[in-house]
Design a protein around this ligand. Sequence first.
Ligand code: SF4
Ligand code: ZN
Ligand code: ZN
Length: 310
Amino acid sequence: MKCRKCSRKAVINMRQHKLGLCKDHFLEWVPQQTQRFIEKYKMFPRDAKVLVAVSGGKDSLALWDILHRLGYSADGLYISLGIDAGINYSGESRRMSENFARQRGLQLQVVDIQQEYSTSIPELAETTQRGKGKPCSVCGLVKRHVMNRIALESGYDVLVTGHNLDDEAAVLFGNTLNWLSGYLRRQGPVLEASPGLVPKAKPLCRCYERELAAYALLRGIEYIYEECPHSVGAKTIYYKELLNQLEADRPSAKLSFYLSFLNAKKEGLFAQQKEELTTELNTCQSCGQLTSAPGTCSFCRLIEKVSPDA
Ligand code: SF4
Ligand code: ZN
Ligand code: ZN
């Protein structure tokens, strides 16, 4: 197959876009597409101070690389969760993130949960869930809290994450299967600022995972190949497999599923609900972040369970 733009040998054939590109044109095309989505969904302006949540995986490091190449002022935030599970997952992913930043002269903030809160995600999950179930809900709560705190404290305009189209389509699939209207209402390329919450954006939400893997490889980005050990058996992985089967028969099925959803939202699918869900916010007595709970926020209550004197 030949490159659509220069007739050299294509390194990637993207059936979903009916497009084959050589290495140089593919490495130009990915940032161009990303810039197009940043503008289309009004994610953030050119001069925004951007904080990139990096995990050491290909998507978040590719996103940081793309934003850097596009000329954005983008710093990284890595949260060390204390997950080992026999493969030193947190240690390796931290090393990848730090190497990436050092090699490119970029600023990376590291928040080590163990150092800051004298606990780890597995320990928090063990204490609060008594060893039952996965630590993912606890982990999600901790990450959201820390990301928001750092973004607000350091004056960032927007927090961006490396969620790709496969991630978004799988989450959408799960939310739709169960008609989780609250989650469906909030899902999208942008989560606008609200009192006490920094705006969030997903600039790669229309990029296939396969495209990002190719981008990382061709850019020579070193990343951690292993997924978090706790993701094994997660429903989103199963949904991704189902959607991959669909995509194999109908190229662009994932993209049209996601885009149809965004169009339906734009046409007011959840407009009514938005007004009904306005909740009163209080200031957490412990950390000062805004919370819908009275007294202390759910993050501080979680930490208190493990370290009552913290
Ligand atoms: Fe956290 Fe679960 Fe993701 Fe692992 S798989 S990083 S525990 S949310
Ligand atoms: Zn070319
Ligand atoms: Zn709090």
